[in-house]
Write a new protein. Structure first.
Length: 223
């Protein structure tokens, strides 16, 4: 037993602890937790912008912020809440629940799962950082439709780049979820035996991938 213990101790490489555990983790539960914490932080950030919007609308007339900044608040509130709070929140629940519901040990591509999360703080930094560039944050509405979106400066470019990064993260997560559900179900679990939550995510992930492909074809046709 002592020899066995010594052998095991000699091959004990150890697992990262502290901050490195969360940065390098490929465990679907850890990554799901990171998604949920990120979603909560973005919810508080977008909620703060909403409070400023509502404070401004509390009485008629200009009260707290300038009209240009009010438009920036509405634009950034929409972008942060949809792409920073709602979508990552749902993906966090998917990371936690889908593998356990289908009897899989983890997601199909654990390292890609890690990357798909860590793209989010980069995109969030671009979005929030646009408040501090010359001209302020984008003010053309969260849909970013022209002609209003054409009036922005570098902040508009930062927002567009951030949305692209968030889209890449969503596509990577969708590919991971589809592959996990189709290839890693427990023996005997047919598609018709899957829980409804897993079915909803399978359909959602297919829609995300299909929408990305359609968008790419649309951009190619436009050019």
């Amino acid at each position: 037993m002592e020899a066995t213990h010594a052998h095991d101790h000699g091959h004990d490489h150890g697992h990262p602890t502290g901050l490195m555990r969360w940065i390098t983790t490929t465990n679907h539960k850890d990554i799901g937790t990171l998604y949920l914490w990120f979603s909560f932080i973005m919810f508080l950030t977008g909620g703060t912008l909403a409070l400023l919007i509502r404070a401004e609308l509390f009485e008629p007339g200009l009260q707290i912020v300038q009209p240009e900044f009010f438009n920036q608040l509405t634009t950034m509130h929409g972008l942060i809440m949809i792409f920073g709070a709602i979508m990552p929140g749902f993906v966090g629940f998917a990371n936690w629940q889908v593998p356990m519901m289908i009897g899989a040990p983890d997601m199909a591509f654990p390292r890609m799962n890690n990357w798909s999360f860590w793209l989010l703080p980069v995109a969030a930094s671009l979005l929030i950082g646009s408040f501090f560039v010359p001209g302020g944050a984008p003010a053309g509405g969260w849909t970013m439709y022209p002609p209003l979106s054409l009036q922005g400066g570098i902040s508009q470019d930062m927002a567009i780049f951030a949305i692209h990064i968030l889209g890449i993260s969503s596509i990577m997560g969708a590919i991971n979820i589809v592959t996990t559900i189709l290839n890693m179900r427990a023996p005997g679990m047919t598609l018709m035996k899957m829980p409804l939550f897993v079915w909803t995510w399978l359909i959602t992930a297919y829609l995300l991938i299909g929408d990305a492909g359609a968008g790419g074809r649309g951009d190619y046709a436009a050019h």
